[in-house]
Design a protein around this ligand. Structure first.
Ligand code: PXP
Length: 255
């Protein structure tokens, strides 16, 4: 295939605006304001993770963000009863099911859909009726993709953390091996009928190679953009990422 399946969407994760707010309590900086700026800067969606410990966004942020934007909200959540109830109440455009451990600094691995297949099949069933598209955040692994397809998830997001970490730390053999896995599993996911997204740890340097996968439909990027926003502002940081993605697509596919 030498033409992309569609336009590559950029989902901007605003969790770390909330992390800074929460460091002092109060309302600043506002993740809602960040979501509005992201939309103006060309984001195709806003991603936010309501963690069990509420270290990023809080319950009240969900409705406030959904009220403030017209682009879709991708609501990241662990597969718990509490989160299911919250998501079914708000009915976001998408729910992305992620593994969650209290002691982790960030979402360190993918969801083990193959191990918890029956439980997750049952868990995600109500979201289709609520009109929320379910995405499973998984490692670039054939078993996890196959299990995600079997339980009827329409979307998977492949965890790019291992690729991005190896890239940032100059472990190039490992980076290339992880990149290879992401590439092959993006193609395989598409063959299985899944819509494939990629996220976690992406930067201006690590984003172009994955943007050139013809089957990838969406990238979700947060921490790096919020970090860059400190130096150049959120709007330009997002616009630059959009350019980086578009340039990579143009180089790969022409046009
Ligand atoms: N996608 C998912 C499913 C995530 O859990 C995260 C991190 O919260 C991201 C994307 C964004 O990762 P980062 O903040 O490293 O860009």
């Amino acid at each position: 295939m030498n033409q992309p399946l569609g336009r590559l969407r950029l989902g901007v994760n605003i969790d770390h605006v909330a992390t800074i707010r929460n460091a002092r309590g109060g309302d600043n900086p506002s993740p809602v304001r960040a979501a509005i700026i992201a939309q103006q800067a060309g984001a195709d969606g806003i991603t936010a993770h309501l963690r069990e410990d509420r270290r990023h966004i809080r319950d009240g942020d969900i409705e406030a963000i959904m009220d403030a934007i017209t682009i879709p909200l991708n609501f990241e959540m662990a597969a718990t009863e509490e989160m299911q109830e919250i998501a079914l109440r708000h009915k976001p455009h998408a729910v992305c099911i992620v593994p969650e451990r209290r002691e982790e600094r960030t979402t360190e691995g993918g969801l083990d859909v193959a191990r918890d297949e029956n439980k997750l099949a049952h868990y995600i069933a109500p979201f289709a009726d609520a009109g929320s598209r379910v995405s499973m955040f998984i490692a670039a692994d054939a078993r996890q993709l196959e299990a995600s397809a079997r339980i009827g998830a329409p979307v998977v997001e492949l965890h790019a953390g291992a690729y991005c970490d190896a890239h940032a730390e100059g472990r190039f053999d490992e980076r290339d091996a992880e990149f290879d896995k992401l590439q092959k599993m993006t193609t395989y996911g598409h063959e299985l009928g899944l819509e494939v997204h990629i996220g976690h740890g992406l930067t201006y340097e690590s984003t172009p190679p994955v943007s050139a996968f013809p089957e990838v439909m969406e990238l979700n990027i947060g921490h790096f953009l919020i970090g860059e926003a400190i130096f150049m502002g959120l709007d330009p940081a997002i616009r630059r990422m959009r350019e980086v993605m578009d340039d990579a697509r143009r180089e790969a596919f022409g046009g």
